[in-house]
Design a protein. Structure first.
Length: 334
């Protein structure tokens, strides 16, 4: 699928739940959340049907996200089914990592079960290495669980494990090199992400915002000049740089400051309540659930719906234009 601006669409990011066991201040800042009623959330069968049709149109990569995807019941069954869809060659998950180290009755970790179910890449969110700061950022005292989750993911030997760190001034700017060292020691690919108005604008203030450019300068001040590595691409919008002496790669995802950010976009997003969104930073969304739950609609109708959404994909996101997130943006998944 190709849109009006030459974006080749091959990647579907799927939120399977709006629920989460954490309360990150830039994502779900309030303890009380209005979760979606269960019947409004797509069933696994509905999601699998969408992915099957997407695969017939050229979607080859799927990343499962949320909310926290590992909080949804029977999620391993879902991944096992996903693996069997023809054309899907790359399955990933984005997780806060807190549940990856949990063991089933046979002592097998969730990370290992995900690997066995066909997951190739795992993105784990970690903004700080300080347990107190972790609790402040995520609203939960689960730092040790994330560490156990990272260990379990490493033991499971995924094809790649990435660490995603949201940049926040006064919160983690003094830890960037520690996070780099932590990742190097564990062979994890670290990416620094600029704060975006995804689900809330509450913490996105000029005081909290730390740009990728500034973070890069802080790192260079400490570790020496970073070498751009434009040749390194990982199916996403990250710009990669090499650290002197160690050769370690780190990435920056600068949605707010990189004006070329959207040029290589290859994604569509399916929200957990069945809205197909052509862009994370645009209010455009199209109700796939209505099509899925109308018995008269066939897979060809779903395919037409996909193409209609792709045709409406905007050239770039609106985050720099005083974008205000919608109320249920949380269900989109980052
Ligand atoms: N719960 C999982 C997790 O935390 O990785 C998956 C969903 S979460 C919404 C996906 C990613 O979006 C995480 O890496 C998170 O840090 C990032 N994210 C959430 N809100 C953000 C914001 N306002 N700005 C930048 N990144 C954000
Ligand atoms: Fe939950 Fe992930 Fe949002 Fe944090 S960023 S509240 S872990 S969904």
């Amino acid at each position: 699928m190709e849109d009006r601006f030459g974006h080749h669409i091959s990647y579907l990011r799927v939120s399977i739940t709006d629920r989460c066991n954490e309360r990150c201040e830039y994502c779900m800042p309030h303890e009380e959340q209005d979760w979606l009623p269960r019947e409004d959330v797509l069933s696994y069968e509905e999601i699998l049907r969408v992915i099957r049709v997407g695969a017939s149109l050229g979607i080859s990569k799927v990343r499962i996200t949320g909310g926290e995807p590992l909080t949804r019941r029977n999620v391993l069954w879902f991944f096992q089914q996903l693996k069997t869809i023809e054309g899907i060659s790359d399955i990933g998950i984005s997780t806060n990592g807190t549940l990856l180290g949990r063991r089933d009755e046979n002592g097998v970790t969730t990370a290992q079960s995900l690997k066995n179910a066909g997951v190739r890449t795992v993105n784990i969110s970690l903004d700080t290495l300080d347990a107190k700061a972790y609790e402040k950022t995520t609203g939960r005292n689960l730092f040790n669980e994330v560490m156990a989750g990272i260990d379990a993911a490493r033991e499971a030997e995924f094809e790649s494990i990435k660490l995603n760190t949201v940049l926040m001034r006064h919160r983690n700017e003094h830890e960037l090199w520690d996070l780099i060292e932590f990742s190097r020691e564990r062979n994890l690919l670290l990416r620094f992400i600029e704060l975006m108005p995804v689900s809330t604008t509450e913490v996105l203030t000029s005081d909290n915002f730390l740009s990728a450019g500034e973070a890069k300068k802080l790192i260079e001040f400490r570790l020496g000049e970073l070498t751009p590595r434009p040749d390194m691409r990982t199916n996403g919008p990250s710009s990669y740089f090499e650290i002197p002496n160690t050769g370690q790669m780190i990435g920056f995802i600068g949605a707010m400051t990189n004006l070329h950010f959207c040029e290589s976009c290859n994604k569509l997003r399916l929200t957990c309540e069945g809205k197909l969104r052509p862009c994370l930073g645009s209010h455009l969304e199209f109700d796939m659930r209505e099509v899925l739950r109308n018995e008269a609609m066939t897979d060809s109708d779903i395919a037409r719906f996909f193409l209609h959404v792709v045709e409406r994909k905007p050239e770039m996101h609106e985050f720099r234009e005083n974008y205000q997130p919608g109320r249920r943006m949380i269900a989109i998944g980052g």
